[in-house]
Design a protein around this ligand. Sequence first.
Ligand SMILES: [Fe+2]
Length: 112
Amino acid sequence: MADVPAVTVVADFAAASDFEKKHTPFITLEAQLDRLLVNVEVGHEVPHPNGTDHYITFIELYANGAPIARLDLSPAVTHPKFCVPVSLPPDTILRAVEHCNLHGLWAYEVTI
Ligand SMILES: [Fe+2]
C-alpha cells in the first residue's frame, strides 16, 4: 500500500503566515438563486510563484470527502483558481486541496 501524502490544513487563514497563505486553496462562496458558486483560489492574499521550477500542479474540491471537481495546471497558469456552481445540502463540508510541486499538499475547509 502506498503512503498517503501528508496534507497541511490551514484552519485560520487570517492568522496564517505568508508561506501558508500562498499555498492555501482559499474558498469563497457566492449564493445565487438556485445554486452556490464555490471559488477556490491559490494565492488569495500572497501570490504563489508559478514558473517551470515551482508551480501549483492541481486543485481539487471535495464535498463531505467525496471528490466533486479537479483542475490540473501547468506552469503557464499565473494565478491558480477556479469556480464551480454546486447544489449541496446545508452543513456540507467543502475541502479544497492544492498541490505545489515543491511544498506538497495544502487544504482549506468551509462548511456551507
Ligand atoms: Fe510552493
